[in-house]
Ligand binder design. Structure first.
Ligand SMILES: Nc1ncnc2c1ncn2[C@@H]1O[C@H](COP(=O)(O)OP(=O)(O)OP(=O)(O)O)[C@@H](O)[C@H]1O
Ligand SMILES: [Mg+2]
Length: 344
């Protein structure tokens, strides 16, 4: 039987987020949520003591938001640690034939022996008439999966599922409404920026680059000779607002934000080349970096597309006693919401 409560747990490099949803009613309902600053190096280390510290911090977070004892837990693997590919050139295949075709294709895009990864896939389309199968494939290194499971097991947490951040983002922001316009989700995290093109509820293209919010803060440190804490504050206060502080913060951030936008342009171009009939109609910014002042306008002007801030709570019922102020600027919760929206 599906669990009544599902907890989405997003273990980021900057912050750890958890969202609990109740699936009792027709519409998933917000039970509780919260976040903590991620211990360093935390889960990104390979040393047992670091992993134990991360596990304890996670446990404390879950206790503080009163996760119900029967809740299942769903976690995400960082995009930077997994390999994904949309395979479009397969003939019409049965489920059985697909298994071996995917293993064979994985050898091409996974830079590890295929027996060292777990393969997960989702059929995008399958047509006998056009003799074609399209499938979205995720390869997760068994090492990484085991590390996450081992870490959580220190505090007796046993996830019922592991997903990827972008699959969770897509579920929270687009859902499976076939009428939603084709969307480019850009997740602005602390260590990476991740991209997914989602059409009719299905991911058709993903990408990840190692430029994120931490690099933006570092750039302010270097440009203005600031301490990291001070740079972080200035980033959050002035961001890309050119008319603030003589444009100094803007100048420090612009080159890096332009790298993130160039990659977005490349993603758009490559998607349009592969799908000339299917136009990307809008861009949705998510992750903590989506809170950067001026970021929506800057992306919109540069990309020439409609750009929106993510609203991770849009498909969720909220009690009237949950303050809208708390939910505002909750873009960093998108992955955790998407994970908690998963139903077995
Ligand atoms: N108001 C704000 N303005 C600008 N940047 C912000 C703001 N709030 C948070 N950030 C930045 O967002 C980043 C954290 O976002 P998020 O919580 O999504 O990252 P994460 O999930 O921990 O990182 P990753 O997924 O890359 O491991 C940090 O770099 C932080 O500086
Ligand atoms: Mg993240």
């Amino acid at each position: 039987m599906a669990a009544e409560y599902v907890t989405g747990l997003d273990i980021g490099s900057f912050s750890i987020k958890a969202v609990v949803l109740s699936h009792k009613g027709k519409v998933p309902k917000l039970f509780s949520f919260g976040s903590i600053v991620a211990p360093q190096p935390g889960i990104f280390s390979d040393a047992e003591p670091d992993l134990e510290i991360a596990a304890k911090a996670i446990k404390n977070l879950l206790i503080s938001i009163k996760v119900p004892s029967g809740s299942s837990i769903v976690i995400a693997l960082p995009e930077s640690k997994i390999f994904t590919r949309v395979i479009t050139d397969l003939p019409f295949l049965t489920d059985e034939e697909l298994v071996s075709a995917i293993h064979y294709s994985a050898e091409e895009f996974v830079p590890l022996p295929v027996d060292q990864v777990n393969l997960y896939w989702q059929v995008i389309s399958r047509s006998k008439q056009h003799n074609n199968t399209q499938v979205f494939v995720v390869a997760s290194p068994k090492n990484t999966v085991n590390k996450y499971l081992k870490t959580l097991a220190y505090v007796d947490l046993h996830p019922s599922a592991l997903e990827t951040e972008l699959i969770a983002d897509a579920r929270a922001l687009v859902g499976n409404n076939p009428f939603t316009p084709t969307t480019l989700i850009i997740q602005l995290g602390a260590t990476s920026s991740d991209y997914a093109v989602v059409s009719k509820g299905v991911i058709l293209l993903t990408r990840s680059i190692a430029t994120g919010g931490m690099a933006l803060t570092r750039s302010i440190c270097q440009y203005l000779n600031f301490e990291p804490t001070q740079a972080e504050e200035y980033k959050k206060a002035y961001g890309l607002l050119e008319d603030q502080l003589g444009g100094k913060i803007y100048q420090a951030l612009k080159p890096l934000v332009d790298i993130i936008i160039s990659e977005a342009s490349r993603v758009i171009q490559s998607f349009q080349t592969q799908n000339p009939q299917n136009h990307i109609k809008r861009v949705v910014l998510t992750g903590g970096g989506a809170k950067l002042p001026g970021v929506v306008g800057y992306f919109a002007n540069t990309l020439g597309l409609e750009v929106q801030e993510a609203d991770p709570w849009q498909f969720i019922e909220k009690d009237s006693n949950v303050s809208p102020k708390l939910l505002e600027n909750g873009m960093h919760y998108t992955v955790a919401v998407g994970l908690a929206l998963r139903q077995e």
